[in-house]
Design a binder for this molecule. Structure first.
Ligand code: ATR
Length: 300
């Protein structure tokens, strides 16, 4: 690792809590791999302190930061500008500092798409089911709809799905998103005609690892590609069900790495060392360092 000195460039992640975030491990591994004199710090910021924290980032000469739960929306009124994508998703996960100005961006949706495409799934013209209606679901539904997929968003609270769709509608192709209440009948009916199933709920995430959004007694269609945004545990119950059924199963680590890689490029201008980032996350997860991930979707 490069020695920290007066030239070291600063990055970090603001959230509450942030102790268990994998992002410091992932980005510091990337700097080490490329021999860059940058450092990435966990920055715990309690609710209500967001504006002060953002001022602090500027004052202390930070080059940027990630933003995670519960601040992804709270930072927005305090930024100098917000990219179109972050505006459309309605959340900021990446801050870039340029000439003393704070720009808010969102790499979650593009990170998800990169991971999906890396696994060989091209969304254009395909039917996708997104389970959940929180921030993670919003980023994923936006990414899929703008990439040309037909998306049904299912959530156990229908009003949240409707709010999600209303929010995204102006930014996605007309009629590319439809809402549906998440229950067994809907799941079975929709899954038969879908190509992709994405779990953007927190079901199955540590310490809830025994659960899956797919009921055990229902056969999971083998033609589906199943993407679980949960990366802790790396092998969720849903992924095991998918593999057992002969379906393609994709874990959440790829999205974590790709959203980080996109942010890394924005900050440093360097090509992100994906393999080093992936290995660092995997190692930290197996070592149990990140057992209590604050959520599955806000992947930083
Ligand atoms: P995030 O911003 O990370 O997506 P969130 O806003 O807390 O997190 O959203 C969590 C999602 O998981 C929600 O869609 C939630 O459903 P509700 O909107 O009905 O609360 C979903 N979820 C959590 N526990 C669930 C469960 N046991 N069954 C089904 N959905 C669940």
């Amino acid at each position: 690792m490069t020695e920290i000195d007066a030239q070291t460039k600063l990055l970090g992640i603001i959230g509450w809590p942030v102790e268990h975030s994998l992002s410091p491990t992932m980005h510091n591994a990337a700097f080490a791999a490329l021999g860059l004199n940058w450092v990435y710090l966990p920055l715990p910021v309690p609710p209500g302190q967001v504006e002060a924290a953002l001022r602090g980032l500027l004052t202390l000469g930070f080059r940027g930061a990630n933003v995670t739960v519960p601040h992804k929306e709270a930072v927005m009124p305090h930024l100098d500008s917000i990219t179109e994508v972050a505006q459309a998703i309605g959340a900021v996960n990446t801050l870039v500092v340029g000439e003393g100005r704070l720009v808010g961006d969102n790499t979650d949706g593009a990170g998800f798409l990169a991971a999906l495409q890396e696994a060989g799934f091209e969304p254009r013209g395909r039917r996708a089911l997104v389970l959940g209606a929180g921030g993670a679901a919003r980023a994923v539904a936006y990414a899929l709809a703008t990439a040309g997929a037909q998306v049904t968003v299912l959530n156990r609270t229908l009003s949240r799905t409707e709010a999600l769709i209303q929010h995204l509608a102006p930014a996605v192709p007309p009629n590319s998103l439809s809402p549906r209440l998440l229950d067994r009948d809907a799941l079975v009916e929709e899954a038969v005609r879908a190509d992709l199933l994405v779990n953007a709920t927190s079901v199955g995430m540590w310490p809830d690892a025994e659960h899956s959004p797919w009921p055990d007694e229902l056969p999971l269609p083998s033609h589906l590609t199943v993407f679980d945004l949960v990366y802790n545990p790396p092998e969720t119950r849903l992924l095991r069900q998918a593999r057992r059924a002969g379906a393609q199963a994709i874990g959440g680590l790829g999205m974590l790495v790709h959203q980080g890689a996109l942010a890394f490029r924005l900050w440093t201008g360097h090509s992100p060392p994906l393999e080093a980032m992936w290995t660092a996350c995997e190692r930290a997860l197996t070592a149990g360092e990140a057992q209590n991930c604050p959520d599955a979707g806000s992947v930083v």
